[in-house]
Write a protein that binds this ligand. Structure first.
Ligand SMILES: Nc1ncnc2c1ncn2[C@@H]1O[C@H](COP(=O)(O)OP(=O)(O)OP(=O)(O)O)[C@@H](O)[C@H]1O
Ligand SMILES: [Mg+2]
Length: 508
């Protein structure tokens, strides 16, 4: 048989079964999606197929032949390649240098043969319709472009089976469209693509078959054509989940955050902030909509004192915080769900417990006389983490042992459940979460709002912005195009503003 079978796959992590007796068949030349809640075992199953994790029991065959995969090199022999969510690229090198890293073609046996490398890359890009300039520096490229390099690397090793673990979680809608085009082209050339995603619309659009995992067990495989998102959600979560709706209406309080004519410097990679002004009141959610990279990170950095404000000012509860240090600002009561959980939100090698109180160590519940009390921690934190539905092996386990979505929930538990704040800054708070967990985060955000906090919600998901925000500010090239009350907002208008088009059709 052409294709891959995985039979009776079980994975035991120190007594905890991440996968139990999973059978899955991946047909050659198809796109096969794998969906399931956070922690269902999707990444674990794919790590087994790519040779990075050994299964506890189970058998794999590739094109009818029994395969023993002891490492990624073994997987490569069976033409299996994986594109990881965290790219392994060197930003100071060009595309072609990154692609050949480790398998450099040599001229006369010792100098690197650049022209051969570039020829091979150009040919592969042409064959599969991948848009990349081999001479460009990786550090200057968007996330979408960097992902294409990772795909190219796998293709240049002649992979027939490509595994993509949540490739669209980090992409803009436009980049997602382009990736889907690439995937369709690869399928036409006979490649098999295994694709993990939490976005069911996209899964149904691109996949031929969809396998649902739940709590480490295989629930079923359905043809994409015959599935609906309601049915998939039922299979994944066991109940219906409603994500659309309107923001909760409550009375607003005092102005908590006042941003006045804030400008930051333009750099080679950023247009900076150009005269940003807005007020955010207690009990209000202000959504910042925009394509990634249009000043959202700069705004967060400016408010939190991580970038210099060249003119203008920021006030929090009437106090000027412009020029203060970021720790002073955070300690004045700011909860933050950061854009990148790995570099900003968590210390991966530390325990779940320590991560869940990081930066809140002075909390009276577990700090006495300047010392962290284990007793206090153990009285408080297991309950908080349970409330936030963090599915973990044990509270002392390293945070790196959690699935991606559960890592995000640890941050939410700390920032909403532990930290004392009156301002919440949430950047893509539901990135990487399953649909049930997204519903849960929306409820928690509304609780924060109901408790009288001011919420700044920055998200590239327009549906999320529309669901949660009382007012919507649209950012384009570091400027605020407009601020629209939710009841006057429609997706088309916001979409146009996000592209820099003002009412009347003028493009900026
Ligand atoms: N290295 C590890 N050590 C111990 N347990 C682990 C390890 N890696 C994963 N697990 C556990 O295995 C289970 C499945 O995790 P996995 O990462 O496969 O989930 P997932 O379906 O990819 O979830 P997500 O959608 O959140 O990425 C989780 O309970 C997780 O805590
Ligand atoms: Mg995962």
């Amino acid at each position: 048989m052409q294709g891959i079978t995985m039979t009776g796959i079980t994975k035991d992590f120190f007594g905890k079964l991440a996968l139990q007796d999973v059978d899955i068949t991946l047909k050659k030349g198809t796109v096969h999606a794998i969906v399931g809640e956070n922690g269902a075992g999707k990444s674990t199953l794919m790590n087994i197929l790519s040779g990075t994790l050994p299964p506890t029991t189970g058998e794999i065959t590739v094109d009818g032949e029994k395969a023993v995969l002891r490492g990624p090199q073994d997987a490569a022999k069976y033409s299996i390649g994986m594109v990881y969510q965290h790219f392994m690229l060197v930003p100071t090198l060009t595309v072609w240098q990154n692609v050949i890293l480790g398998s450099e073609p040599l001229k006369h046996g010792y100098t690197i043969d650049k022209s051969t490398a570039i020829d091979r890359i150009t040919k592969t890009c042409e064959t599969y319709g991948i848009d990349l300039n081999p001479e460009r520096l990786v550090g200057d490229m968007t996330v979408g472009e960097q992902q294409r390099i990772e795909i190219l690397k796998v293709l240049m090793r002649d992979a027939e089976y490509l595994i993509l673990d949540e490739p669209t979680a980090v992409l803009t809608p436009q980049e997602t469209e382009q990736l889907c085009d690439n995937i369709r082209a690869l399928k036409k050339m006979g490649k098999t693509i295994i694709f993990i995603s939490h976005k069911l619309e996209e899964v149904m659009d691109i996949a031929d078959e969809i396998t649902v995992l739940r709590l480490g067990r295989m629930i079923g495989t359905v043809p994409a054509k015959e599935s609906t998102s309601e049915r998939l959600v039922q299979m994944m979560v066991g109940r219906d989940v409603q994500l659309d709706g309107y923001p909760m209406a409550i009375e607003k309080g005092d102005v908590i955050l006042h941003v006045e004519n804030v400008c930051t410097e333009r750099t080679q990679f950023s247009s900076g902030l150009q005269n940003i002004s807005f007020d955010l009141q207690a009990g209000e959610v202000l959504g910042i909509a925009g394509v990634d990279g249009n000043g959202q990170t700069e705004l967060v950095d400016a408010i939190l004192g991580m970038t210099r404000i060249s003119s203008g000012k920021v006030e929090k509860s009437g106090v000027n915080i412009t020029g203060k240090s970021s720790s002073q600002i955070r300690n004045s009561g700011v909860a933050l769900i950061p854009p990148d959980r790995h570099s900003q939100g968590l210390v991966l090698k530390n325990s779940i417990l320590m991560n869940s109180v990081m930066g809140c160590e002075a909390d009276k519940r577990f700090c006495q006389g300047g010392l962290l009390r284990r007793r206090g921690l153990m009285d408080t934190m297991p309950t908080v983490l349970q409330e936030y539905d963090v599915r973990m092996p044990s509270i002392e386990a390293k945070v790196s042992e959690l699935s991606g979505g559960n890592q995000q929930k640890v941050i939410l538990a700390r920032e909403f459940g532990v930290r004392d704040s009156d301002l919440v800054i949430a950047v893509n708070p539901t990135r990487g979460l399953d649909i049930g967990a997204i519903e849960f985060v929306y409820k928690r955000l509304e609780e924060q709002k109901a408790a009288g906090k001011a919420v700044l919600l920055i998200s590239t998901e327009l549906t999320e912005i529309m669901r949660m925000s009382d007012r919507i500010a649209v950012f384009f090239k570091g400027r605020c195009m407009d601020i629209i009350p939710r009841d006057q907002a429609d997706i088309t208008r916001i979409g146009s503003l996000m592209m820099g088009i003002q009412e009347g059709g003028d493009r900026e």
